[in-house]
Each structure stands twice: as structure tokens, then as C-alpha cells.
Design a protein. Structure first.
Length: 183
């Protein structure tokens, strides 16, 4: 199927970002299943049609969430995904990022490019001011991506999130609209 670059919200040299669609379910879930070893024990994205449909509904219809697919330019293949969760407006204008690369794209710099596009989109059209990443300290790839994209380590939260059957410690990384260009 030819790739429709006009659906991209923003593009870089090698990737573009676009919103999740229900039509992406088969490719997304296949990529998740191919990437189980890469993701475990850090994250558990939807790996079947029903779970993908529910996930997509949340990141497209809930105003406190937004979901983006990171797609390779040219082929349109889904390289990974970024979600903005817990979006708070008012005086805060903040959101928490979650993300994952797929195995075929891991280690190629595509997620760095994609995450930077999402950050700029969040600070531009979404009008957010602050973004956070909460990463398990032992997840070296996630921590390295946060640092490479200009996020600064702000603190440590013991037993912050319940993941894979246990409460897990997390490092808190953040970036603001004023500091994004420093990255």
C-alpha cells in the first residue's frame, strides 16, 4: 500500500508523526508481537485487535491523552509510538510521555527523531508547556532517549508505577517549552 505522507502532522529527515487510526491495528499489533523481547519487562502495548481498538479509542477520543505513530518516510512503516498521557490544562499545561520503538527500528535513531517531533508538536499546536518522562532506571534505552532529546533528570520516585506485577521505581525526566531549543 502506498504511503500517504500528507497524513503526517510533522516530518523529519527519516520519519513523520501522525495520529493513531483504527486501520493501523494489524501492522501495530504485529510489530508489538515481533518486539516482545525488546519491550519486556518495561512496557506492554496492545498486541491483539481488541486491545488495539480500545487503546486507539483512548488516545484519540480522551482529551487527556494523545497518541502518535512514528512512521518511516517513504515506506510508511510504523517504527514506534509516542503517547502524551495525563494532559492537564489550566495553570499546568503539562503531559506525561510514554513511548516504544519496534524491534525492526530499534537502534537506528528513528525514535529520537520521532520523539523530538512529538515534543515540538506538543509545545506548538497542542499548546503544552511541560512534558515529563517517567523511566525505570534499568531501562537504559529509555533513559538514553530521554537524555538525547534534551529532557533533564529531575528526581527519583520509588515504587511509582505498577508494571509487570510489581511497583517499580522511576526516574522523572522533564522538558519545558523554554528549554526544548536547548536540546
Amino acid at each position: 500500500m502506498p504511503h500517504d505522507a500528507s497524513r503526517h502532522l510533522a516530518t523529519g529527515p527519516r520519519v513523520g508523526i501522525r495520529h493513531f487510526t483504527y486501520a493501523d491495528g494489524a501492522e501495530f499489533t504485529a510489530r508489538v508481537r515481533e518486539s516482545r523481547d525488546l519491550h519486556h519487562p518495561w512496557l506492554f502495548p496492545p498486541d491483539d485487535a481488541d486491545a488495539y481498538t480500545a487503546y486507539t479509542r483512548r488516545v484519540t477520543e480522551d482529551p487527556t491523552k494523545a497518541g502518535f505513530l512514528v512512521c518511516e518516510r517513504g515506506s510508511g512503516a510504523i517504527a514506534g509510538f509516542v503517547t502524551v498521557n495525563n494532559i492537564v490544562r489550566g495553570a499546568f499545561h503539562s503531559g506525561a510521555l510514554g513511548y516504544g520503538a519496534f524491534a525492526h527500528a530499534a537502534g537506528r535513531g528513528l525514535m529520537k527523531e520521532g520523539l523530538n517531533l512529538v515534543v515540538r508538536y506538543a509545545f506548538g499546536p497542542m499548546r503544552l508547556h511541560r512534558l515529563e518522562i517517567n523511566a525505570q532506571p534499568a531501562n537504559a534505552a529509555s533513559v538514553a532517549l530521554a537524555a538525547a532529546c534534551g529532557f533533564r533528570l529531575e528526581g527519583f520516585s520509588p515504587k511509582m508505577l505498577f508494571i509487570d506485577g510489581a511497583w517499580r521505581d522511576h526516574e522523572r525526566w522533564a522538558i519545558t517549552a523554554e528549554t526544548v531549543n536547548d536540546a
